[in-house]
Design a protein around this ligand. Structure first.
Ligand code: HAM
Length: 417
């Protein structure tokens, strides 16, 4: 027996209504804010991600699915959505459009992670990117979209964590302070942190190991080392945030796991959960487009794990509309009746009704049992007698009543229901 690969899952029919509900809400919110859909390939040149996400990040170092295709090209299954969108922005000449370019996407994401609750090797993201405007108002817009989406889906007790990690101007100085602080702790840190100290000091704050937590708590804070331009951006952005009804907390440890971020970083987290289960994660990436060969162009966006949204919807017991309307079941006894039932079913489907043909069973009683098990709203019964008289039996499953009607009257009854 084959099983789905570790860390992947099937989206079975009973879960589809959650996915469709999220998509509906996400598309509606994007429409209100003027965001347009973009789809990019499932795989990209491997170099795109090492260049943008960063060689020294967990994602690139340990988690990518990278392979050589039969032509010898090095490809990587998309481990995140931002770099491909920025690649498309440049390749498709979107820098020539009015800025910012506002885009959204739904896509599968592949990361070779240790599977656990809410952490998969294939997950699906809804994400947005606003490229070409560095104004703090856009930071607010992006945060507002993530927040509005989760609220409209019905999630409650969420919290917004926010931080600024500065830019290429001020970060080197902050790194210096971080390294001075951690210098005295070398030998006490976990293996990963010992390596981060040399290669990527900001990541030291992102360590989830218990033993490193006390050191993280006491570490110097990035917002105390911002240059004046980053400080202005931060202050104005917080001012905008205060004017909205979005509760937030500044989290000095929030640095995010991808190297392209600058200035604002944020996460929306569910109640009583550790930070690694963020529902939404995002931030500014003002240096990324240039890193990929474009002119200096600011950008900001977020990604949101659909599986995590659904897990939280289930936890908060949110109802979603059924995937299919309650069906009409057509039962037929006898060869002639079966042929006729096909015609009736086609007629009703053309009228936009959901119609199931009952499987051939020897008795009406068995066919009715099937109709009950499918939660049918009504059953149309066609036997020899009905066929002869040009009528059908119409059984209302909720009222338990049955009458004989012409097909046209049956349709009227279904419409009135
Ligand atoms: P990220 O924080 O790596 O950011 O992922 C975004 C969201 O995807 C997370 O908040 C979480 O909901 C979900 N997620 C991440 N990894 C997994 C996993 N293994 N299993 C299930 N869900 C997961 C990014 O990917 C950035 N590209 C976001 C962004 C867009 N920043 C700017 N623009």
């Amino acid at each position: 027996m084959y099983r789905a690969p570790r860390g992947t899952t099937d989206i079975v029919p009973e879960d589809q209504s959650y996915w469709r509900a999220i998509e509906r809400h996400a598309v509606a919110v994007c429409k209100k804010f003027g965001y347009q859909r973009i789809d990019t390939p499932v795989f990209e040149a491997a170099g795109l991600f090492s260049r943008s996400v960063g060689e020294d990040t967990d994602i690139v170092e340990k988690e990518t699915y990278t392979f050589q295709d039969r032509g010898g090209d090095g490809l990587t299954l998309r481990p995140e959505g931002t770099a491909p969108v920025c690649r498309a922005y440049l390749e498709r000449g979107m820098h020539n459009l009015p800025q910012p370019v506002r885009l959204y996407y739904f896509c599968p994401i592949f990361r070779y992670e240790r599977p656990q609750a809410g952490r998969y090797r294939e997950h699906h993201q809804f994400g947005i990117e606003a490229i070409g405007d560095g104004d703090p108002l856009i930071d607010l817009e992006v945060i507002q979209i993530g927040w509005t989406l989760l609220r409209e889906i019905g999630l409650r007790s969420l919290s917004l964590a926010i931080n600024s990690i500065g830019d290429s101007e001020c970060r080197p100085n902050y790194h210096k302070h971080l390294k001075e602080y951690y210098q005295g702790l070398l030998g006490k840190l976990c293996e990963d942190c010992e390596r981060r100290f040399e290669r990527n000091p900001l990541r030291l704050l992102d360590c989830k190991r218990k033993t490193c937590q006390p050191y993280v708590e006491q570490a110097p804070r990035s917002i105390d080392h911002l240059c004046s331009a980053c400080m202005d951006h931060w202050v104005v952005m917080l001012g905008h945030l205060d004017s909205l009804d979005i509760p937030y907390r500044v989290d000095h440890r929030l640095v995010r796991g991808l190297d392209y971020y600058s200035r604002t970083v944020f996460e929306i987290q569910p109640p009583n959960e550790a930070s690694q289960s963020a529902i939404v994660g995002g931030g500014r990436y003002d240096g990324l487009i240039q890193e990929l060969g474009g002119r200096p162009t600011p950008g900001i966006g977020f990604g949101s794990g659909m599986e995590r949204i659904i897990a939280n919807m289930k936890q908060q017991e949110l109802a979603v509309p059924r995937g299919l309307p309650r069906p009409v079941v057509v039962t037929a006894l006898g060869e002639g009746a079966r042929l006729y039932s096909l015609k009736i079913a086609e007629y009703l489907r053309n009228e936009d009704l959901s119609v199931l043909l009952a499987p051939s069973r020897p008795s009406l009683r068995a066919q009715l049992r099937y109709a009950s098990s499918m939660d049918a709203r009504c059953v149309l019964i066609i036997g020899d007698e009905e066929l002869e008289n040009g009528v059908i039996g119409f059984r209302d499953m909720d009222k338990g009543e049955q009458k004989q009607l012409t097909v046209a009257d049956a349709l009227t009854a279904l419409r009135e229901d």
